[in-house]
Ligand binder design. Structure first.
Ligand SMILES: Cc1cc2nc3c(=O)[nH]c(=O)nc-3n(C[C@H](O)[C@H](O)[C@H](O)COP(=O)(O)OP(=O)(O)OC[C@H]3O[C@@H](n4cnc5c(N)ncnc54)[C@H](O)[C@@H]3O)c2cc1C
Length: 405
């Protein structure tokens, strides 16, 4: 709130959110408290506002999260990745405060998952170890300008095997979160034309961002402004065969296998955004006066906040159940994960809309966080998969309806 004149400041109720308690295991509760205490120290409202306004990534905060063990979450290099439940607790807390960092952490967790699942021991040592500690940051480069949803068909980035055993990658990626300051990229490129209409023939590559032939450019976006979204041009980028992550031609299938975790993590951030916005709106509703009483006493506003809180609790219950299934079941309930993602994205857009109404003109004010939540909430209506495609999935898998595409 650095840019608010003193004459304005005196009219603004203080917006310090209460500490949230959630009904969950002692272990998760302890983790949540640890994240909350860390954020109390390092994620002050002034700092969050400053990084959003300057559209800068808070690398120091990212490093602090890594040092606090919040990326590895206790996972060892040669074991399975961190639990989904633990990731969702961290992401909800980050989503409620440094949302752009939360979005960047979703990407890091995806990298962690992919490297745990498919990385060779050498790749884990070189790429996963510094990621675990926050000493490295990665970006996941799948989407292209021609289409995110139908990316397998739209993909024009190509990797060609050269006689010396290296691959040469050429193409363009779009909307790649954090690519400007990533240490390495996981790039998906077409390696074979087999099965052009479907998902085979695509390979994952671990590509140091400093590789010759990579050019990144920031895209101007309305939300998640503390994390640069980037275009990446790759021009004859040479990558050793040892940097193929997983199996040649099976990379997209391998990514799809981690999509359940992505849905859960997207849901957790959306839930955090909803919760942060609700806290902010409720504090405002209690303090802001009209007609001699707090505006929160007016039933029209009160009911909208109650409805928002119902959506938040519903989304959290679904998310908890879905993460439990992902962590323990032999065959996780992916339909429930898809439902949790839809419920959370709905909670985020509904709550931020209600918050903007409750705060009226002050909701528009760039010195207060509601407008940021309102902008940021849009992301999880289309990422990592659009709400429409998520509904398609539920229609097909849960209701047994015919596929529409
Ligand atoms: C802030 C931000 C961060 C991002 N981060 C990353 C990242 O780090 N890495 C990365 O690879 N990508 C990233 N993305 C890209 C994101 O994953 C895509 O935007 C998303 O997959 C949707 O693709 P699209 O925007 O091309 O929409 P399109 O595919 O063009 O879809 C347009 C519309 O058509 C609808 N549609 C398409 N097919 C169907 C169908 N069969 N049935 C019903 N509706 C349909 C969609 O639901 C949508 O409403 C990011 C995007 C943004 C804005």
């Amino acid at each position: 709130m650095n840019n608010i004149g003193t004459e304005h400041r005196s009219n603004i109720p203080t917006l310090t959110a209460p500490r949230h308690r959630v009904d969950e295991s002692a272990e998760l509760s302890e983790l949540r408290l640890r994240v909350q205490e860390l954020l109390d120290r390092i994620a002050t409202p002034e700092r969050l506002n400053e990084f959003d306004e300057s559209e800068t990534y808070d690398l120091e905060m990212y490093r602090d999260l890594g040092r606090a063990g919040l990326i590895s979450l206790g996972a060892s290099l040669d074991g399975p990745g961190p639990s989904h439940a633990a990731q969702s607790v961290v992401l909800e807390e980050l989503g409620a405060r440094p949302t752009s960092i939360a979005v960047s952490m979703v990407v890091q967790y995806m990298g962690v998952q992919l490297l745990h699942s498919y990385g060779t021991p050498e790749q884990r040592k070189e790429f996963l170890a510094p990621l675990h500690t926050g000493d490295a940051k990665m970006s996941f480069a799948l989407s292209e300008a021609a289409g995110g949803t139908d990316i397998a068909r739209a993909m024009s980035t190509r990797a060609t095997l050269l006689p010396d055993g290296n691959y040469s990658i050429t193409g363009e990626k779009r909307w790649i979160g954090g690519a400007m300051d990533a240490d390495y990229l996981i790039v998906l490129a077409r390696t074979s034309e087999i099965d052009r209409s479907a998902i085979d023939g695509i390979t994952m590559f671990l590509v140091p961002r400093s590789s010759s032939g990579i050019h990144t450019q920031e895209i101007d976006t309305m939300g998640i402004r503390g994390l640069a979204q980037c275009d990446i041009q790759l021009q004859d980028v040479q990558v050793p065969a040892a940097n193929v992550l997983g199996q040649v031609d099976r990379g997209f299938r391998q990514v799809l296998a981690t999509l359940n975790g992505e849905r859960l993590n997207g849901a957790a951030v959306a839930l955090g955004i909803a919760r942060g916005a609700l806290d902010c709106a409720v504090l405002w509703a209690k303090q802001r006066q009209a007609f001699g009483q707090p505006v929160g006493s007016f039933q029209a506003l009160q009911h909208s906040l109650v409805d928002a809180s119902l959506k938040i609790e519903t989304a959290r219950l679904m998310l908890q159940k879905a993460t439990q299934s992902a962590d323990t079941a032999d065959s996780p309930n992916e339909t429930l994960s898809a439902m949790a993602k839809l419920a959370a994205s709905d909670a985020a857009t509904t709550t931020t809309d209600a918050g903007m109404r409750v705060m009226a003109g002050w909701g528009f004010f760039r010195g207060l966080p509601m407008q940021r939540y309102f902008r940021d909430a849009r992301l999880y209506t289309f990422a990592p998969l659009t709400d429409e495609m998520t509904r398609n999935y539920i229609g097909e898998k849960h209701l047994g309806l015919p596929r529409s595409f």
